[in-house]
Design a protein around this ligand. Structure first.
Ligand code: PLP
Length: 383
């Protein structure tokens, strides 16, 4: 269907941060399947995991137990500071699940009253009817109304706008610690702490959508950890399977106390193959130095891009983000031309929101690869 405006490139293969198109042209891929391919293309670790697990069992449904699911749930719970995990296949589904958990929580606390959900301007949480309802961008929502009710938009990074909407009828506040799709905009420390406090005061659940900023991309497993704030629910997907589809909702015992058999389900969710991929990613992050690499490479990339900002003040406004989730905000009107020109120089970059170009390299990217990407970006800027 005509749902995506695609670049005129057809990709045949990939290796590490590189992809090769059907004409044989190589590109440095700093889109990474939109923040998914954390280990790069054709990662040996994922190839091995897929081969070994698929030779044992791929899918069994949630009517049975499997060790990869148990191990991944334990690892996510332990490293997130939360307790319980539900698996599904995508970020949208994870958010949909989180909203249902919140509504069930409100139903148990004050049936029919505690149903309000607060979300934020310029947020992005997915395109199903529930996830779309809490996506604070009218251009996505408008044609699909009526959406789910009792949803209110506050202004991102404006705590007063949340206070004005907050009361005991709120069951959840959903936010991205770093807004991704709308231009790599990190929440302020005060905002994250303030949301936590308001949720505590009104017995509402704080939901952090970590679909884009999570799984190490921000420099910690989850971006909320860089603020020292723990939500009640965290949703993740994208990089969790390094390219194999998997999503997860991680929640505190308190949040899911009332979520019981019959409330939710997912046929494919948490199948052994997907969970084995997730476990491989967790192992790379925590046992094989991937998180350390994100932090070291982040410094390097920010340094290089800020140098370009000094050199091209007529083209670049600012560089912002966290870890290897980096946005370069361009002067008005140049973003699309620079992205197109970068492609001719063999560099793939994605746009985000107004005038922002996203740099999303694989998390195991090297200094040399970053230097090469920045050199190609500079050629595009000059052009
Ligand atoms: N939440 C955030 C923050 C996202 O960036 C995205 C996708 O870009 C989603 C949710 C939706 O995830 P998915 O496309 O896996 O359904």
């Amino acid at each position: 269907m005509n749902t995506y405006s695609r670049f005129d490139i057809s990709i045949e293969s990939g290796h590490g941060p590189w992809v090769v198109d059907t004409e044989g042209k190589e590109y440095l891929d700093f889109i990474s399947g939109i923040a998914v391919n954390c280990l790069g293309h054709a990662a040996p670790e994922i190839q091995k995991t897929l081969a070994e697990q698929s030779a044992k069992v791929i899918h069994i449904s949630n009517l049975f137990w499997s060790q990869p699911q148990i191990d991944l749930a334990n690892a996510l719970a332990e490293k997130s500071g939360l307790d319980k995990v539900f698996f599904n296949n995508s970020g949208t589904e994870a958010n949909e699940t989180a909203l249902k958990i919140a509504r069930k929580y409100g139903y148990a606390k004050n049936k029919g009253k505690k149903t309000k959900i607060i979300c934020f301007t310029d947020s992005f949480h997915g395109r199903s009817m529930g996830a779309l309802s809490v996506t604070g961008q009218e251009k996505y929502r408008e044609p699909f109304r009526p959406l789910i009710g009792d949803v209110y938009d506050a202004v991102f990074n404006d705590l007063d706008s949340v206070k004005a909407l907050m009361d005991d009828d709120v069951c959840a506040v959903i936010l991205e610690a770093v807004q991704g799709e709308s231009g790599i905009l990190p929440a302020t420390q005060e905002f994250m702490e303030g949301i936590r406090q308001l949720c505590d005061e009104h017995d509402a659940l704080m939901i952090c959508d970590e679909v884009q900023c999570g799984m190490g991309r921000s420099g910690s497993l989850f971006a909320y950890q860089t603020y020292g704030v723990t939500p009640d629910i965290c949703t993740t997907a994208k990089a969790l399977g390094a390219g194999f589809p998997i999503g997860a909702v991680i929640a505190s015992d308190r949040a899911v106390e009332y979520f019981v058999p019959g409330d939710h389900g997912c046929t494919f969710g948490g199948n052994p193959l997907a969970c084995a991929c997730g476990l491989t990613v967790m192992r790379e992050l925590f046992e094989n130095g991937l998180l350390e690499n994100v932090n070291a490479m982040s410094k390097h990339l920010f340094g290089k891009l800020n140098d370009l900002k000094e050199k091209y003040p007529d083209k670049i406004n600012l560089v912002r983000g966290k870890g290897l989730l980096v946005g370069v905000q361009m002067k008005e009107g140049v973003k699309s031309d620079v992205i197109a020109s970068a492609q001719t120089h063999g560099l793939l970059l994605a746009g985000a929101g107004n005038e922002v170009i996203r740099f999303l390299p694989p998390l195991n990217v090297t200094e040399e690869e970053l230097d090469e990407a920045v050199a190609r970006f500079e050629k595009a800027l000059k052009e």
